[in-house]
Design a protein around this ligand. Sequence first.
Ligand SMILES: [Zn+2]
Length: 395
Amino acid sequence: MAEAAAADQSGKVVIKNIGLLLSGDIDQPVLQADTIVVQDGLIAAVGREKDVDTAQARTTIDCRQTCVAPGLIDSHVHPVFGDWTPRQSQLNWIDSMMHGGVTTMISAGEVHLPGRPKDIVGLKALAITAQRAFDNFRPGGVKVLAGAPVIEKGMVESDFKELADAGVKLLGEIGLGSVKGGTEAATMVKWARAHGIQSTIHTGGPSIPGSGLIDKDVVLEADADIIGHINGGHTALPEAHVCELCEKSQRAIEIVHNGNERVAIAAAKAALELKCPHRVILGTDGPAGSGVQPLGILRMVALLSSLANIPAELVFCFATGNTARLRQLNCGLIEVGRAADFVFMDRAQHTAGKTLLESVQLGDVPGIGMVMIDGLVRCTRSRNTPPATEVPVVH
Ligand SMILES: [Zn+2]
């Protein structure tokens, strides 16, 4: 398994003969360029091959007219430690997600740790340990942003300061711990925000026995940065309440695979009607009772494009640039200076769609031909997607 050390440097990489370049930017989702130049893991140039410096590359990739997009970002996962999840006793699930095009994943809490501590010292220690462990270990090269404490009653502002000072940048889903009331959650969300920690709230019915309902009034009062799984995880709020959340809140609208699919479509449509598609981000919410979904983000892209009738090039932005901007990540967009995290795709063999975008709009997931993280090739033809019609060639 490719566990690349952070110290590995890509040198100069030239990616040429790109047939379709998706930018991740919802305001301009397709770029008129066929070449990307990477220097030591960062994008150094984007343009026409004749206009950029392609000389003396360590690695050259001929895309053979296939599509390049920013690596997909899963906004909502529940990792524990290493490339193992106790939730379904599964190994190598993160590497498998990489084969589904995911290059960054964001923890919504390490909630599945057997014996997870719920006392305040214990939950802080777990968060700091998880943040450190995934900073040091990247299964399949995937950037796992972890260390997301599940807040509990009794926490005070200095706890948030202490977490922030130790490098914690996320809260686990609010509502999975003892803090379930809107007023109490709002106070802690403000403390977190004041110390640079981003918050997510569980939305909808209980996920597993022991967790609780978080309704629209609690979500609005808590005012967390991310309306976590607005389509439920699993059980959704009534569709009208979900649309009301899209309208009354200005926060990120997170739609997940392990939620209600009908409400996923309604939430995406509501965001478009409200002219705020930049707020929509995608996650899987795996591992969970539904298992893990290596193709979960691609399946969400196909679902929303085909059944919410949203152009595929826009839906890819939900899983890339939107998330990067809302979560302040240096990936997710094809721009000079950003991380060279890419997924190389083509239409799946024998799809009814004549192009990659058309195939997605018809509901098919694309085939992945290569995944690159920090300018390093992490996999060639995916073991998990249907086979891509054409795949890039490395020179
Ligand atoms: Zn949840």
